[in-house]
Design a protein around this ligand. Structure first.
Ligand code: SF4
Length: 474
């Protein structure tokens, strides 16, 4: 069989292996090989080579990766205008559970306990919930953390309760205007849906996160959205703003020159009424910006403003870190650093009082209730402009059968990874799973993809076909 993916490269099978020479150099998009047992070392050296391993850098110093995506389906019940999936992605069958469990084990082997696995897709809720329960339990058993990334359409309270019982840790809701949900005409309208999702997830022991894709169409509404998040901060853990990137099947107008990280940071700062971002590093600065806020009665203040003090804290925590190789135990490090250095602990107390004083009116209004909220901007790269430095210091990886890979690099060549024959262990040695047919065979077979029927088309392909049909009808 021959693979026919119009507009994409053609994977070839040679001696049972995909000919990778036909795609860009995927080695450059992975972390450098692990050395010894230091699981932080690959990220650390990537950041060092990129000149990003400064005194306020936490990535590679306290954790080997921020999170690893585990894509359990390519199907989705939406068709976002900035979707990162490929036009052929939904022709891929769901990856068999045994392969997914193997990938979970690989994540553990690469990054160690404490690492967060983002269970994602497509929309992962389209897969049977029993599969997700099995994955969550396995993740917990290995000492890893799980986060379900969903658009929330199928994530009812009952559904989330089942997953919480299966030891899911976090739920991240992706909600924004790129999703073109029926009946919602602005981010302000979507707040009703966000509110409902918070209600559905609260009190189940899950951390609640929100993801918002930022594009020209909602840039002006970012301050309003931040005010919404500030009002609900007691129920939230992290809000992430993801910059429009030219990758995948999205068909939104090209990114406006005015849409920069600095501009989005300005809007976030305006919305929370607090400085944003901090100088604390959570990876390459072109990839992510971060801050941690204290929020009360709609008022917010950053706790990471004083960089001299934060640099001292980072040094003290590093000195108190006894694990030194995988995800650090922050609580243990803070306690131990405080005991070793009472002067620093006292300074921390004063910093806390200073921050609380700045939001005293809000604290009064909220009757003393103060919430903590992490805020970040994440900037994925355009598929046609991958930066090797950023790929090598990537903190958001995806697990493939070839090992962990930078999410940006994966998105740029998604079909290659999706439709390459997947090796499965079996009693007879191994067999091969074909993502296009779902067949398992003793020898690898190539995917043979035809363009999907019009009703199954998504993204750019659907838009172009609709235009062609319209022109033909005229
Ligand atoms: S996924 Fe892309 S933008 Fe995100 S950290 Fe990795 S390289 Fe940077």
């Amino acid at each position: 069989m021959t693979q026919v993916i119009p507009g994409s490269y053609i994977p070839m099978i040679r001696d049972g292996a995909v000919n990778k020479a036909m795609v860009f150099d995927s080695k450059a998009t992975k972390h450098s090989p692990f050395a010894g047992s230091d699981q932080r070392r690959p990220l650390q050296s990537g950041l060092q080579e990129a000149g990003q391993y400064h005194e306020l850098q936490t990535a590679g110093r306290f954790y080997p990766v921020a999170c690893v995506a585990l894509e359990i389906t390519q199907r989705c019940n939406l068709d976002c205008t900035l979707c990162y999936l490929s036009e052929h992605a939904e022709q891929a069958k769901d990856v068999p559970l045994e392969l997914l469990l193997h990938r979970v084990d690989e994540i553990w082997a690469c990054y160690g306990a404490g690492t967060t696995i983002q269970i994602t897709g497509g929309d992962p809720t389209l897969r049977p919930i029993a599969d997700i329960e099995v994955l969550c339990r396995r993740i917990k058993q290995l000492g890893l953390r799980s986060c379900l990334m969903t658009n929330g359409i199928r994530a009812s309270r009952l559904y989330l309760k089942r997953l919480a019982e299966a030891e899911l840790d976090d739920v991240a809701f992706h909600v924004d205007m790129t999703q073109e949900r029926n009946g919602f005409h602005s981010e302000l309208d979507l707040n009703a849906l966000r509110h409902q999702l918070i209600e559905d997830a609260r009190g189940l022991g899950l951390r609640i996160l929100f993801n918002t894709t930022v594009f020209q169409g909602n840039l002006d509404e970012i301050p309003m959205l931040c005010r919404f998040f500030a009002e609900h901060a007691k129920d939230l853990s992290l809000v992430s703003f993801q910059m429009q990137a030219e990758t995948g099947r999205g068909h939104e107008a090209p990114r406006d020159d005015a849409l920069t990280q600095a501009r989005v940071a300005e809007q976030i700062s305006k919305g929370f009424g607090a400085s944003f971002p901090s100088a604390v590093g959570i990876g390459h600065s072109d990839c992510g910006q971060y801050d941690h806020l204290l929020v009360a009665g709609g008022q917010a203040v950053s706790v990471l403003e004083n960089t001299t003090w934060i640099a001292r804290v980072v040094r003290a925590l590093a000195a108190a870190d006894t694990s030194g190789h995988a995800v650090a135990d922050i609580r243990q490090m803070v306690l131990s650093a405080g005991v070793r250095n009472p002067g620093l602990a006292l300074r921390g107390l004063l910093e806390g009082i200073r921050a609380l004083w700045q939001i005293r009116r809000g604290i009064w209004q909220a009757k003393g209730q103060v919430a903590r909220l992490s805020v970040m901007i994440h900037s994925f790269m355009d598929a046609s402009a991958l930066d090797a430095d950023r790929c090598a210091s990537c903190v958001f990886m995806v697990m493939t059968q070839d090992g962990p890979l930078s999410m940006c690099a994966y998105n740029a060549e998604r079909d290659h990874y999706l439709f390459a024959p997947q090796r499965m262990a079996s009693t007879q040695g191994h067999s091969w799973w074909n993502a296009a047919t779902g067949a398992v065979t003793p020898e690898p077979t190539q995917a043979d993809l035809q363009p999907p029927a019009y009703k199954h088309m998504k993204g750019r392909m659907r838009v172009q076909e609709a235009k062609r049909r319209k022109e033909k009808a005229l």
